[in-house]
Design a binder for this molecule. Structure first.
Ligand code: FES
Ligand code: FE
Length: 373
């Protein structure tokens, strides 16, 4: 069905092949995930020099680490000798260098080649030239963002700009002081669905009344189907009897001091393309990162962040974690239920978006534009 033949209430989605074709996924890896800023890791995971984290960015494995001068560095996780994967673990700590498990080429925390068997008998080998290939890195909101492009796009425009587009200004997120919050809980979900289904789901609330009973109890306006992301600067208000953003509406944890009065008792949601969702409530922040692994598989790492004293004192965060954990499960179940339909003949030309979902059409246009040659 083409848009021209649709009634005005409906607009077309992407055709099913955008969710099922490995060739389109490969193009997205190249033109989206390897070209844009990508949120790779939480900065405090790299607490000291030698702490590291590896992750999948597009088709590449990326190694993020902290060097001796305290700065965060990111490299392609590939040995310059014969191409073995350098760090095979997802996270860990080395004392002073990364050693390739194949022939023992050894790289300093700054990426420079520092040792290799018989290296001294090859004085013509430039140790910087044969060091690890570095990629651009930025720290913001307590997270490490990397960019694999030779010329990275503007971080201010793309990443900070996405926050400003949703909240109206950057101060509105600064008040949550996300840099200094602490990880209370992390849950990793292995979702058998295309990454765009996960984004589209996050962008709309047409499904909220059907699949999110606990969430609509806390945020009654979500029952009407309009997501917080439909508007600029709008936070969904807690229900009258609701005390906190918890699974049963019971009292939450200590409020983040910078949160303004007009942000209190409200929930804000931000999609930072291509792979981050940020949820703001007065006492915590829920920070999702997607790692697209295949056309039909997306790993989602979700962090619940609280004030340091809340985490350090061992306060019970279970009821507040439980609310969004359930929301995540409900959402990811829906995405997994949708993935098989993408290869059905029914969806060959796509589906339709109702008015409260029309903004998803802009996301689809954006994806298509990125894939143009
Ligand atoms: Fe790494 Fe040979 S491939 S040392
Ligand atoms: Fe949802």
């Amino acid at each position: 069905m083409t848009t021209a033949s649709l009634p005005p209430s409906l607009i077309a989605t992407l055709p099913g092949e955008h969710y099922t074709d490995p060739g389109i996924f490969a193009l997205e890896q190249e033109r989206i995930f390897e070209s844009m800023w990508f949120c790779a890791a939480r900065a405090p995971e790299l607490a000291k020099p030698g702490s590291f984290r590896t992750c999948q960015v597009g088709r590449e494995s990326v190694l993020v680490t902290r060097s001796r001068d305290g700065s965060v560095k990111a490299f392609l996780n590939v040995c310059r000798h014969r191409g073995a994967k350098l760090c095979t673990e997802e996270s860990g700590e080395v004392r002073r260098a990364f050693q390739c498990p194949y022939h023992a080429w050894t790289y300093g925390l700054d990426g420079k080649l520092v040792a290799a068997p018989n290296l001294t008998s090859m004085p013509d080998v430039d140790r910087t030239e044969y060091g690890l290939v570095s990629v651009a890195v930025r720290e913001w909101l307590g997270y490490v963002w990397v960019c694999l492009a030779d010329t990275p796009p503007s971080f201010e425009e793309d990443i900070m700009g996405a926050v400003v587009e949703r909240l109206g200004d950057v101060e509105s997120i600064d008040r949550y002081d996300i840099d200094n919050l602490q990880l209370g809980r992390r849950i990793t979900y292995d979702v058998k669905a295309n990454w765009k289904l996960v984004i589209e789901n996050f962008m709309e609330c047409y499904h909220c009344a059907t699949i999110h009973p606990e969430l609509t109890e806390v945020l009654p306006e979500f029952a009407d189907g309009y997501a917080a992301q439909y508007y600029v600067g709008h936070g969904a208000e807690f229900g009258e009897d609701v005390q906190g953003f918890t699974v049963d509406g019971s009292e939450g944890l200590d409020r983040i001091p910078g949160v303004a009065d007009d942000q209190d008792r409200r929930y804000y949601a931000i999609t930072v393309k291509p792979q981050v969702f940020i949820n703001l409530v007065p006492d915590h922040v829920i920070f999702h990162r997607m790692y697209p692994m295949a056309h039909d598989r997306t790993i989602v790492e979700c962090d619940w962040l609280y004030l340091p004293h809340v985490v350090e004192s061992g306060k019970d965060v279970a009821r507040s974690v439980e609310l969004f954990h359930r929301v995540n499960q409900q959402d990811f179940d829906a995405c997994e239920r949708t993935q098989p339909g993408m290869s059905s003949r029914v969806y060959a030309k796509g589906g339709v978006l109702v008015p409260s979902e029309h903004h998803i059409g802009e996301f689809h246009a954006w994806v298509q534009e990125r894939l143009l040659p």
